[in-house]
Design a binder for this molecule. Structure first.
Ligand code: SF4
Length: 313
């Protein structure tokens, strides 16, 4: 029977809460239908921390199989490399995680903090937080870049703040059932991280014709003025809607780029950094000169229904 152990390090529990919103299928259906034994989850397991300690001892002694180890949250290595800012049964959690990673068939980093360090690793990073195998966009976190699990895989990164519940469920099922998994250069499964948030956004036509909002509450695009990072952020947010209903950009909130290794960037989330009228960061892969020429033409050709904000979003 495949087994799953989920530990939290420097985390806010957001990814666990997101996981509980999975509904097609939900976590309980996955565990029951595929006969997966949940060895521990901090919010779902009735066992005491002492019993968790016993389970960890059995895994390390080779008496208990560990198929998938999920880590939620950044690894806190401070103060001064001791890891004592975050402990489990008196031991630095970073050491506990490192030992378990050696036993697990596959290790999965749940969320941006576990993948890249995320919010805890943002400057000034007072706890010396890092990701499992990346620190921000640099290779090497708790584990070095050459590290591989028993299945021959690096840590599988599922970034997102939080990560989309369907991404977690589908990725976990894939690794628990031993299905092949193709990763990108940041060790994210291509299946979930090869399209940008902009794809599928209901404000897309406004973007194409450069109908942009200057204040919140409108129907236009949020890219030019209100900080949207949707054209530069790999995620399924507008393809697989949250709770099957909505996404940030559909609801009028700019994408903050939360699946990116540099999240959170040191910039205002709600404003677009520009030089003059031109955003400093253009949509992924777009040439600046062509983009500006295209934008000028598109603006001149904007249909009246878009200027009147008649499109539904
Ligand atoms: S709001 Fe963001 S994601 Fe939506 S169309 Fe504009 S740039 Fe793209």
């Amino acid at each position: 029977m495949p087994t799953l152990l989920w530990l939290q390090a420097g985390a806010c529990s957001g990814d666990s809460m997101s996981l509980l919103c999975a509904n097609n299928p939900d976590l309980v259906e996955v565990l029951n239908n595929y006969q997966i034994e949940l060895l521990w989850h901090p919010s779902l397991s009735p066992q005491s921390p002492e019993q968790l300690g016993h389970t960890i001892e059995r895994i390390n002694a080779g008496e208990q199989e560990l198929t998938v180890l999920c880590i939620e949250g950044a690894i806190l290595t401070g103060p001064e490399g001791t890891g004592m800012y975050d402990t489990l049964s008196g031991r630095p959690k970073m050491s506990v995680i490192e030992e378990l990673a050696e036993k697990a068939h596959v290790v999965v980093a749940i969320g941006t903090c576990a993948s890249f360090g995320g919010i805890p690793a943002a400057s000034p990073n007072p706890t010396d937080a890092t990701g499992m195998q990346f620190c921000r966009e640099e290779h090497g976190g708790l584990l070095d870049s050459e590290w591989r699990s028993a299945a021959g895989l690096p840590v599988v990164n599922l970034p997102g703040c939080p990560v989309h519940p369907s991404t977690v469920i589908q990725a976990l099922l894939g690794v628990l059932l031993g299905m092949p998994i193709e990763l990108d250069g940041l060790n994210r499964p291509r299946m979930f991280y090869s399209s940008v948030v902009h794809q599928g956004c209901s404000r897309n036509e406004y973007h194409e014709f450069d109908v942009e909002e200057f204040a919140f509450g409108g129907k236009g695009c949020l890219f030019f003025n209100l900080g949207c990072q949707g054209p530069n952020t790999m995620s399924t947010c507008n393809i697989e809607l949250w709770n099957g209903q909505n996404s940030k950009t559909r609801a009028g909130i700019p994408c903050f780029g939360c699946t990116s290794p540099l999240f959170p960037k040191e910039q205002d989330f709600f404003a677009t950094a520009k030089i003059g009228d031109i955003p400093i960061t253009l949509p992924l892969g777009v040439d600046r000169a062509n983009y500006m020429a295209y934008k000028g033409l598109a603006k001149a050709a904007t249909p009246k229904r878009l200027l009147d904000r008649k499109n539904e979003i």
